[in-house]
Design a protein around this ligand. Sequence first.
Ligand SMILES: Cc1cc2nc3c(=O)[nH]c(=O)nc-3n(C[C@H](O)[C@H](O)[C@H](O)COP(=O)(O)OP(=O)(O)OC[C@H]3O[C@@H](n4cnc5c(N)ncnc54)[C@H](O)[C@@H]3O)c2cc1C
Length: 601
Amino acid sequence: MTALSPASRTAAIETMAAGPELDVLVIGGGVVGAGCALDAATRGLSVGLLEMRDWASGTSSRSSKLIHGGLRYLEMLDFGLVREALTERGLLLDRIAPHLVRPVPFLYPLRHRVWERAYVGAGVALYDGMAYTSGTARGLSGTGSSGTSGTSGTSGTLGTGSSGTGSSGTGRGLRRHRHLSRRRALREAPCLRKDALTGAIQYWDALVDDARHTVTVVRTAASFGALAANRVEVTGFLRQGERVTGAAVTDLETGRRFEVHAKQVINATGVWTDDTQALADTRGQFHVRASKGIHLVVPRDRLPSSTGLILRTEKSVLFVIPWGRHWIIGTTDTEWSLAKAHPAASSSDIDYLLEHVNSVLSLPLTREDVEGVYAGLRPLLSGESESTSKLSREHVVGHPVPGLVVVAGGKYTTYRVMAADAIDEAARTMDALVPASCTASLPLIGADGYRALWNQRRALAATAGIHVARVEHLLNRYGSCVFELLEMIRSDPSLASPLPGADDYLAAEARYAVTHEGALHLDDVLTRRTRISIEAWDRGVACAPTVAGLMAGVLGWSEEEREREVSLYLARVAAERESQTKPDDDAAEAARMEAPDIATR
Ligand SMILES: Cc1cc2nc3c(=O)[nH]c(=O)nc-3n(C[C@H](O)[C@H](O)[C@H](O)COP(=O)(O)OP(=O)(O)OC[C@H]3O[C@@H](n4cnc5c(N)ncnc54)[C@H](O)[C@@H]3O)c2cc1C
């Protein structure tokens, strides 16, 4: 299967620099930009995708990781958004990424006896009902292409149980909600304080490793011919009069500057949207502001529960989300106007989450229980004058000047729809007829054959000579690409060893991250290809030298470069720890910025 390797990156850069005009150039390698590249490539367009840091290094590795309609938006009566997102949830679970997206139950503790059960129960019933009927929504009938289409969209059935997994019709393995008495709820979630609830409702949603999913979208786009290069920054736009005709870019690995020509450039830069617009000297039709959300990671055994939790807060909701051998607790929602690359979690952010989650726990969590912390920035739309947050999770596509399309807002779950809308807009101005989006029926790399391989996991483990638990871990991260990892292990059995201090992961995964998943730096592997930086107590300090050693061979690092990678990573961990002791955003940001960024070689 196509790999994102150092060689493929060099080839993509050479091809783009050589100058043939692309149909589409996408700026931004978060999930939306990656989705745009995949959408364009699979409509038969030539496309380039540029990311200035690592794939998913912006918001797309820092979310709550829920693939959901959002019960909260239902309360805001945003039925269209909820339905659209639930359709996407079903598609991702059933067809697009069954190896990466999985169902997860949430318990909603009720505090009031009658009215709250009726109110929340009606909402959750509507949520399930919308998911059940969303098979006819746009995800399955094409993207409603804006008149550019020469072909009709895909057709099919969504979650009718035809996947043979006992699905309720809302996506593989998702069950319908159920009402629980207090006693039953406490059996599901013994971590809850008895007096914190009068009963509960349990419903199902879905979960994804966001960074892993985004890199898989990039890799799938590359398999359809997209030219993908990370660590390439767009520094300006090429213009012919008013029209944008491409971008001036810098390869941050080598310092080389070159131009990329394209019929349409797509600005998919999330919270950097306004900065990117400014490079084109255009006033956007809308603006994107950043709101910070942080998450804590705590050990699974610290909160005995067989289900995730959703808790109401004064402003929003707080999730306790099962994450392998951990729980993720989040999130906050505060204005952020400081540096966007490394948003910092402050001590008050951490206190806020602990205080809220502790209000329902029988054994409160303390700072000592926190294994990892991460912060992300929501790209929120704000019009010229609007001040409501209602618009905030919806997306917009604009065409501020000829040749430049901008797509912003939305949420992780709806990336595919955002991408299809952006490419529809780009295609609208092209001379040739462009087919409609086909991504609703397109499995990502690793999805094909995943379920069969899952059923065969014991035989796979026996053949490979590794424990079945390891095979399960690999299947849930790589799907049918598991064979590439097993082949690596076969030819070098030392790669079957677990990483020191992060023994959920095998050495082979660090090597594979470089050879197949586009990792160029130690931080890429420890933070996004694996999640060691938030899952390990020491945040990856112990395994950093080993991982750097595994990467060095493939990337041709000298001893000095290897040491530099390790010291940069250790400095980052130290700066983050320090920032998390600071009382406010300014002080936390100052502490975080003490660590140098990955620099040009
Ligand atoms: C705390 C939090 C929790 C969330 N939880 C959920 C959730 O549970 N479910 C859900 O559906 N959504 C969730 N979201 C929203 C979701 O994560 C985002 O909507 C989504 O990840 C945004 O993706 P993006 O591609 O637009 O932006 P990004 O992922 O930020 O990508 C933009 C990319 O552009 C690159 N870039 C910028 N400028 C340039 C340039 N000049 N040249 C090259 N590259 C450039 C950046 O480096 C960056 O990687 C959450 C968000 C946050 C912050």
